[in-house]
Design a protein around this ligand. Structure first.
Ligand code: AHM
Ligand code: MG
Length: 317
């Protein structure tokens, strides 16, 4: 008997919130629809003129790829038409998209990185979509986006890889679904995912080693002495997914070119930190728990350390 992500969300909703009116499930179905549209485009990327640059730069000053633009439009469309959405925040848009919806209707704020791992798009290496869902407090919308990560009510990612997977949490464990192309549905394949307490892999872009703060370089040397090996894909979702399943630790430290780290707090670090903690792992900015940080800007960056509980604790102490 298969369980699709849609069924799973509805069962979980009924079990945990019998009073729910199905609006949250309907919202998540917008995400899965967009994910399937993006997946279909990526799968044929080499033959449908979807590769390469779109000729624009985004708010981060980074060149937008055609697939970045497509993924962003798919999410904005599939979510924007759901009337439970009060605001959408995307890595690709400088400003949030705020909808004029009553507080009782527009209950949710969704924050996302439409296609993460841009540098890997053109070379047929894994990329991903990351999302985080916040509740909109009554009386607020635009000014309610900057909530600390522990306020997230759901978070997840889609990994477009040899198979396409959706991994999500609503704060009661982590569940993974694999897209079955034969039926076009995400099917439950990983129930109650737990991150190993400690791993044997560390993951960091070592080309930046000359500008890592000493605490990082010292920790990497200690891990090598303990026999750790190294893996780095350069797509956060893929590096995180491996860390989630196999354990170990991923870093994006402060560097010379990115003194505050490169990854974004709201739509990269927070959702993955929520998933990591729900799977028994941990995420910090090198000092403090990611989920405790209060954001000051929607595109704010943060140093990022995430992975197995023991590996992250040993670094952050
Ligand atoms: P992007 O959102 O522009 O794709 O950038 C984020 C990506 C992450 O997926 C990845 O962890 C990181 O950038 C890799 O950066 P670097 O090439 O500096 O190692
Ligand atoms: Mg990104």
């Amino acid at each position: 008997m298969i369980v699709t992500v849609q069924q799973h969300i509805m069962f979980e909703q009924r079990r945990r919130h019998p009073e729910a009116r199905g609006r949250f499930s309907w919202l998540l179905s917008g995400l899965t629809l967009a994910a399937k549209m993006i997946e279909a485009k990526i799968r044929r990327a080499g033959i449908n003129d979807a590769l390469g640059s779109a000729g624009e730069t985004n708010v981060q000053g980074e060149t937008q790829q055609k697939l970045d633009v497509y993924a962003n439009q798919a999410l904005l469309h599939c979510l924007g038409v759901r009337d439970s959405v009060a605001a959408l925040v995307s890595e690709e848009n400088e400003e949030p998209l705020v909808f004029d919806r009553a507080a009782e209707t527009g209950e949710y704020i969704i924050v996302f990185d439409p296609l993460d791992g841009s540098s890997n798009i053109d070379v047929n290496v894994n990329v991903g979509t990351i999302f985080s869902i916040l509740r909109r407090p009554p009386g607020h919308v635009g000014d309610a986006i900057l909530q600390p990560g522990h306020h997230q009510i759901a978070a997840g990612y889609v990994l477009y890889g040899p198979s396409t997977m959706l991994v999500y949490t609503t704060g009661d464990g982590v569940f993974g679904f694999t897209l079955d192309p034969a039926i076009g549905a995400f099917v439950l394949s990983h129930e109650h995912v737990q991150m190993p307490e400690q791993g044997r892999i560390y993951s960091v872009n070592e080309a930046n080693a000359d500008s890592f703060p000493p605490a990082y370089s010292e920790y990497f040397a200690a891990l090598r002495k303990k026999g750790y090996t190294s893996r780095y894909i350069g797509s956060l979702v893929a590096d995180f997914h491996r860390t989630l399943l196999k354990g170990g630790i991923f870093f994006y430290p402060p560097t010379k070119s990115h003194p505050c780290g490169k990854l974004r707090l709201l739509y990269e670090a927070n959702p993955l930190a929520f998933i990591a903690e729900q799977a028994g792992g941990l995420a910090t900015n090198g000092r403090s728990r990611i989920l405790d940080l209060t954001p000051t800007d929607i595109h704010q960056r943060t140093p990022f350390v995430i992975g197995s509980h023991a590996d992250v604790t040993n670094f952050s102490n």
